[in-house]
Structures are given as C-alpha cells and as structure tokens.
Ligand binder design. Structure first.
Ligand code: PXL
Length: 279
C-alpha cells in the first residue's frame, strides 16, 4: 500500500492532552505522515481550567493554504477537530477543496459540545454552520450532544433508546454526511459504544463502560480512527479499534485523580501500534 499523508486542522492546547497534542502522536504512531494546521493556540483546553489564553489563528489560515497551493501539496485525507472561529468553517471547506487528492477523504469531528452543552465560546450559530461542514463530510464523528445541536434535536438526559439513536443517525445522514460514526451510545447498563451508519445500515460496537468521564477522549477516539482508517481498515473496524484504544487509555488513567484533565493515552499506544501497523 502506498504511504498516506493526512492534514489535521484543530487547536493546540499546550497543556491538557487534547486536539493536536494527541492527534499528532497517535496518527503518526499509526504510520501515517501527519501535517497540521493549528486553528488556535490555548495555554490549556477549556474543560476545567480557568484563565487560559486563546489566540485565534484564523488570520494565518489562508496564507498557509495559498503557500501549500503554490507548492502543490496534497493530502489523502483532511481531518478537522476543534476550530477557533466560525469563519474557519469556510476556510476549512476551501482548504479541503484545494488540498485533497482526487478521492481524498473529508473527516469531520465537530468537537464543540458534550453532555448536553456547547463548550465555552461556541454558539448555536456555530453549530448550525458546523452542520454544513459535517454535511459535506465523507465521515462525520459527532457525539450525541453534537448531533443534537447540529440537527435541532432536543438532547435527552439519561438513557437513550435505539429509536432515539436511529432517528438521530437519520438526521445527521440527512445533513449529507456519507458515513456517520456516532459516539457515546449505551443501550445496556455497563456497556458503551459507537454506532456506524453507512448506506442506510447501522452497525454497533460496544465495550465495557467505565464510571469516570474524561477530557480529550473524543480527540483520542477520532485520531485513532483516522490512523486505522488510513492504514486500510474498514470504517467499522477503525471505529472498533478506536473504541478499544480510547477505553484502554482511560483504564491507564484510573486511580490517578491528579490526572483529571486528560487520559494517559501514551501508555496505551503500544496496543494501538500493534493492532494498526500491518507491516
Ligand atoms: O477535546 C476537545 C477540545 C479541544 N480543544 C479545546 C477544548 C476541548 C474541549 O473542551 O477546550 C481547546
């Protein structure tokens, strides 16, 4: 198989184990060359720290992409995560158009909300615009909250049944995404997993549910999914590998309450490398 090169667009949270500080090591460990376009630089992520710095890099994006255009730089996939401003959604669309090889994949993690709430700094307007980006994706990777915000669906607290999840998958697919990987599904006490909707059919993958909620796990999930997919695994297999890796990363963090801001994915990387690198 020819070596693959991808571009990932998301923020640098200098401390906090999310976005580019997890995407770069994880996708690289999967054997995939990983170029980056930082959307913003923050001193930490916004989930639990206070007083963090935030520098929006929207103003640099067009200059960077026009340089790449001159150099004829092309990618096999563009994977987007946390974006720094609503305008960046248009820039990302443009960059995808200009830098993707023919047949290159658009992979979009809306990375803007969880547990029924938008992250600090995001608005309903942003969610509406993100719905457009997800709609243009080959693969969209929302959690349930993000799927609700993008489709105007009321978020239900507590357990969500299969009818609710299937209706949500219908709505995200109706936005235009060719394939949807919906994260955070639980139909049974003690089990957590993902739903993969492709060509009107849904497949599920479940594993054990840990009690702890952790920051950055959405980024760890999306990054390992991208790594496995680019190594030639099917969407379903990549979704399952990513779920196992995320769970293992969370397990490596159990018992260390001082590590509240992220998960120790580094300790689980050998498992991912072994599963994904096929020689
Ligand atoms: O993990 C998602 C994420 C990415 N980047 C920043 C965040 C968050 C979640 O809170 O704050 C800056």
């Amino acid at each position: 198989m020819e070596d693959k090169r991808i571009l990932t667009i998301q923020d640098i949270s200098c401390v906090g184990q999310c976005s580019l500080t997890v995407a770069l090591p994880i996708i690289s460990a999967c054997g995939i060359e990983t170029a980056i376009l930082p959307s913003a630089v923050l001193s930490t992520h916004t989930g639990g720290f206070t007083g963090y710095t935030f520098r929006d890099l929207s103003g640099d994006m067009q200059g960077i992409s026009s340089h790449w255009k001159k150099e004829g730089i092309r990618f096999d996939a563009v994977y987007t995560g946390y974006l720094g401003s609503i305008d960046q959604i248009d820039y990302v669309q443009e960059i995808m158009k200009e830098t993707l090889k023919p047949g290159g994949l658009r992979i979009v993690d809306p990375a803007m909300a969880d547990h029924g709430k938008l992250y600090y700094g995001f608005t309903e307007e942003f969610a509406g615009k993100m719905a457009g980006l997800c709609g243009s994706a080959d693969i969209a990777l929302p959690n349930i909250t993000e799927a609700c915000f993008m489709t105007g669906t009321p978020y239900e607290r507590g357990p969500k049944d299969e009818a609710y999840i299937e209706a949500l998958l219908d709505k995200v697919s109706d936005l235009g995404a060719k394939c949807v990987v919906l994260k955070g599904i639980s139909y049974e006490e003690g089990k957590l997993g993902v739903a993969v909707r492709q060509e009107g059919h849904t497949s599920y993958y479940f594993h054990e549910r840990l009690r702890r909620n952790s920051h950055g796990t959405g980024d760890i999930y999306a990054s390992s999914f991208v790594g496995a997919l680019m190594q030639g695994f099917s969407v379903y297999d990549a979704a399952s590998i990513a779920a196992d890796f995320t769970l293992e990363s969370m397990k490596k963090t159990l018992g260390d309450d001082s590590h509240w801001y992220g998960v120790k994915f580094e300790k689980a990387l050998p498992l991912l490398v072994q599963k994904v690198n096929r020689g």
